[in-house]
Write a protein that binds this ligand. Structure first.
Ligand code: N2P
Length: 357
């Protein structure tokens, strides 16, 4: 009997030793893997050649993952279990992440290329002093349209989208703030409105758009519009720039009632485990040549004034995608409306999606 007990004890001890050894080896692997950098960015939002260049210059291996909305990104990071060293949220999402204590402060001494960022993109209200974020791209939201497919119709006003001539012609970017914002703006309300009557009115108005909505889509919106699979699209400005680059018959406008101006910045989530490489990457993306290459590739507007000088004039001089301050001053930045109200916007968006199926 004693022998059995002894045998049993040694099996247990051996099992524990094995467990300890595996976890030690795993942490060792984690350590050698310490030379990796995990990036969480929007889809179609980087020239992948730059990732290869960064890996080559620094010896850091990049693991790259994408998301298609701030809401998806926020949920994933807040849930935990991820190890992102870099993420690229928009303004209101940065404010929300700060509030929820999900970010690490940026060590500016490690980002000398910050000097190239135009001061007008620094110190914005969602992140005073840029304590937690560094500008990546900025832009607006507007309407892409194909004049040939809409009989010369123009889109000065959001209201134009509700025309009965546009049955099944419109693609919408699958994103809560953009769609609800359009509903609110079309009624003359702020896209940060929290008045329940106004929100219900906006939902009703959006539901009336349903017959004209062909689909709500992600990044494939660019391909579909460029290939003339739909006549009109609600899109982010940089996606519009890329669509027009593919098919120059199309045009882009920001309706007169107003719209959104947004800022996407790089942040270091608390989940980071390679702070050194995270700072190196941010600095690398701010290098004027890299920033210009990236802006030319993705079509979005760069906040980097030195990079801007390196871009061809037909890009940097195009006011549809680099609107002057007189235009952007009239546009609104999304506010962080707080946990409850943001959840309510998401619910309204889901209701609209259900209605448009
Ligand atoms: C890129 C998405 C741009 C994000 N596909 C707009 N904030």
């Amino acid at each position: 009997m004693k022998q059995i007990v002894r045998l049993f004890a040694s099996v247990i001890i051996a099992a524990f030793a094995l467990m300890y050894l595996t976890s030690y080896l795993n942490s060792e692997q984690g350590y050698t893997g310490g030379n990796t950098l995990t990036i969480y960015n929007w889809g179609d939002y980087i020239d992948e050649e730059l990732i290869a260049k960064f890996e080559e210059e620094t010896g850091v291996k990049v693991i790259y993952q994408t998301f298609d909305s701030n809401e998806a990104m926020l949920t994933k990071i807040a849930q935990g279990g991820t190890t992102y060293d870099i993420a690229v949220p928009s303004d209101y999402a940065i404010s929300k992440m700060r509030e929820e204590d999900l970010l690490l402060p940026i060590d500016k001494s490690k980002i000398p290329n910050l000097q190239y960022i135009d001061p007008k993109f620094m110190n914005l209200s969602f992140d005073p002093d840029n304590e937690y974020s560094v500008p990546y791209f900025w832009g607006t939201v507007g309407i892409v349209f194909n004049p040939e497919l809409v009989d010369g119709k123009t889109f000065e006003s959001w209201e134009d989208l509700w025309s009965p001539d546009l049955r099944n012609d419109i693609l919408l970017v699958d994103s809560a703030r953009e769609v609800i914002g359009m509903g609110l703006n079309s009624l003359g309300y702020s896209l940060n409105d929290t008045n329940e009557d106004h929100l219900q009115e906006a939902l009703k108005k959006l539901n009336q758009l349903t017959p004209n909505v062909k689909a709500l889509v992600g990044d494939e919106i660019k391909m579909l519009l460029a290939n003339e699979e739909a006549a009109v699209g609600l899109v982010w400005s940089g996606d519009a720039a890329e669509i027009l680059d593919e098919n120059d018959k199309l045009d882009f406008v920001v309706p007169k009632e107003g719209s959104n101006v947004w800022f996407d910045n790089m942040v270091i989530p608390k989940t980071a485990n390679n702070l050194e490489a995270a700072h190196q990457f941010i600095n690398f993306m701010l290098d004027p040549e890299n920033a210009a290459q990236n802006a030319e590739y993705v079509g979005y507007a760069t906040p980097n004034s030195e990079a801007l000088k390196l871009l061809p004039e037909d890009i940097s001089g195009d006011e549809r995608f680099y609107p002057p301050s007189e235009v952007t001053d009239k546009l609104e930045v999304y506010d962080n409306l707080g946990k409850k109200m943001l959840a309510h916007y998401n619910e309204l968006f889901l209701e609209f999606k259900m209605h448009s199926k």
